[in-house]
Design a protein around this ligand. Sequence first.
Ligand SMILES: [Zn+2]
Length: 633
Amino acid sequence: MSLLKSLTQQIIQQKFIPNDLSDNDLAEFCQQANEAYRQGNPIISDQDYDFIYLAELKNRLPQHPLLQLVEPEGQGFSEEKVRLPEIMLSTDKAYSWGEIQKWIERIEKACIELDTDIKTIQIKATPKLDGFAGYDDGLHLYTRGDGKKGSDITRVFDRGLQVFNDSERGQGAGEIVVKKSYFEQCLSDSFEHPRNFQASLIKEKELDEKAKQAIVDKAALFVPFAQLPNWRGGINELSDNFKKIIADILIMVDFDIDGVVFEITDVNLKSHMGANRKFHRWQIAYKENKDKAQVKVLGVTPQVGRTGKITPVAELEPTQLSGATIVRATGHHYGLVKEQGLGEGSIVELTRSGLVIPKIIKVLKPAEISIPEICPSCSSVLTWQSDFLMCMNHAECPAQIIGRMEYFFKILANNDGFGIATIEKLYEHGVRTISQIYQLNEQDFVNMDFGDKTSQNLSNQLRRSFTQEIEDWRFLAAFGINRMGMGNCENLLKSYSIKDIFKLNESEIANINGFATLSAALIVDGLKTLREEYDYLLTYKFNLELTSLKQVNLDFSHPLVGRKVVFTGRMKGSRDEMKRHAKSIGIQVVSSVTGKTDYLIIGDKVGQKKIESAEKFGVKILSEADYINIITQ
Ligand SMILES: [Zn+2]
């Protein structure tokens, strides 16, 4: 058995939690789990895949191809892939009413942009089938494949498969499913899960008798989405009756379903909202995660993170949850310990929803608590910052120093060997900064008792980490500056090149869409502390792949993308709203007219001074109406 396979086995057996895995191992595991699922032989539960592994992957590597691609379905056939008649995207997912509300807000925004009355908007809700996706153009049936190209599996229809409701062929996208009641009665002895059975229907080799019979009995069917029973109503109705609507839809059909799909029906609004590479913005699937458990706490241990935050980690009586044995869970922050009485002997309610390690939702039965007064790593006196207990000894606290160094290599994700054990050992030998690590050579590692082979490997890995091309935003994020996660770094570097970011002031950062003033201040401070280390590391000539400043343009086609624009005067719409909207469509909003400004947008009652400076600097002047024409053309 290869090393990789045995690691997969150990992950399945929960000998590792995602936290223990390197980014590469995590990504590799997700890929394997995804393929296994698509082939009808899942190696972990859907819940674990969605909520634990994929969630962690999204957290660590938001750019990973697995998250960018439409989930492949029906891969692994020998046939050549053919272009689908229509692109089939995945569906965006929501796990709470809050997330559905955010989707509704996006609809409201689109309505404003189109000048459509939100009250006229109808929402359609249908069951989300947990079957095998396909596209029926009337002649052929295709698997979804990668969303653009799939395999021809028309043979399923040749084998007699019927269309749901005895309706016609050629209704586009749908799923091959099997009736739940039928599966339980006739097939559950032979197939572990309906998915295995559904996958078996399309396989190339001849069907077995049970599958043939299921087709004859019309228990196995192709269900075009257009044929699904549905609920329709306005946004208010949806808000008022959300729970009931979900409950009704979940029992609407006799097929396995794993959620509810909501979409808008207005054609103009749909085309205005459009799609990204992965899913349609006018559609969302609501999935429930009901997995909860009540567990006894055996003890609570404080853990120091790289930012100095102290996290209470509860050791638990081993408990089964979503098919896995849970032995510890994070209490998120010490505010929860204090307010709810999380301590040895307390009973807590656990969930795994959307989290890497299970989260404690609430304490059902409190117990005596113990709040640490000093940092378990450096013995500094701890301080409270709202709900968070913090060790403020950022410069010297061993746990924080080790955490930061480990984080750097983890985020870089192009090297191996610099996990927690290596970093702790380096720390013991006096290493405190990333730049110190980059000064080490093979002999230095040998002198620190690393062993010849390991030393050679570590030295090679270090070299690899700066010779291999790496995205500049990832490099920047690896330093773990407050508010500078991968997403923010990428956003920042879309507006300013990495060589310019140290010169930025708060207002320049706050002006980038997605950054608030508070974050901007923290980022400026953080960059200051990083400067020396950063300059030093660049002497190693890290091979940075620069984020293209124009990338911001990709989504927008109007001519003002990336331009510096000043708004002035009284506008017909609210000026703040206009600025916010402008930022959201890739325009750089600046406050004063300078030689770098591209356009001055004027409303009524504009001060003469603004006009004069615009003329002086040769800045083009647009009326509010001209501006709106340009961005909407
Ligand atoms: Zn400390």
